[in-house]
Write a protein that binds this ligand. Structure first.
Ligand code: 5GP
Ligand code: ZN
Length: 112
């Protein structure tokens, strides 16, 4: 998607602090971190959010959680929170599916 900033990051048309990449997914540091560790994991393929997932995306989503597992081990995170906001009411501001990995501070529940 031409006007999607995360597609632009995936295509290297926009700079980002990339920490992991493979054929299907890419992970980079959030530009406005909400915790000492704040990383975004996205599929390279443009999918708007959870509501747009198709049955054929099942393996891709499983793969993304494996990428989250790998990053958490590489960074030796002792705990983490994974968040995906889907829809404006949930706080989604970039409409390309992404999982936030957050760590390095105490988190509260329920989230705001
Ligand atoms: P959402 O609000 O959609 O759940 O999360 C979008 C996230 O993308 C926000 O945490 C925001 O700081 C981050 N973000 C927005 N634009 C950019 C950008 O150009 N580069 C990077 N690295 N992160 C961005
Ligand atoms: Zn996109």
């Amino acid at each position: 998607m031409k006007n999607c900033i995360f597609c632009q990051i995936a295509n290297k048309e926009r700079k980002a602090g990339i920490i992991y990449e493979d054929d299907l997914a890419i992970a980079f540091y959030d530009i406005n971190p909400q915790a000492p560790y704040h990383i975004l994991v996205i599929p390279k393929k443009h999918i708007e959010n959870i509501f747009e997932l198709k049955e054929s995306d099942k393996d891709l989503i499983g793969h993304m959680f494996f990428v989250i597992n790998k990053i958490s081990k590489d960074l030796k995170l002792p705990y983490l929170r994974v968040v995906t906001n889907s829809g404006r009411g949930a706080g989604q501001s970039v409409f390309h599916l992404h999982f936030h990995i957050l760590s390095g501070r105490t988190f509260h529940w329920p989230p705001g």
